[in-house]
Design a protein around this ligand. Sequence first.
Ligand code: ZN
Length: 100
Amino acid sequence: MNPSCPNCGSLNVRLKPLATRACGGVGAVTGGVTAATAGTTGAAIGTAICPGLGTAIGGLAGVIAGLLTGALGGAAVGHAIDRKIVQAYHCNDCGHEFAA
Ligand SMILES: [Zn+2]
């Protein structure tokens, strides 16, 4: 439920994704660290299944999974912070920016 604009009274306002972006970035970095670990794990599993090709595919799959998990997790946390804590809104009608 969005608040109305205190300047023009419009309900056409949107939540500014400040923390969503910040945390998504942090999450991607965290995911990068996770990805390095997951890549190593994936490579080990791949090696066990099929040495050579399996090592490469397993490592790559691990890295991708780590990056996605980190970025998505970070963005989800950031979105919750935006909704509950930051609550910075932008009015699409008059351009006024306000806190709920
Ligand atoms: Zn407005």
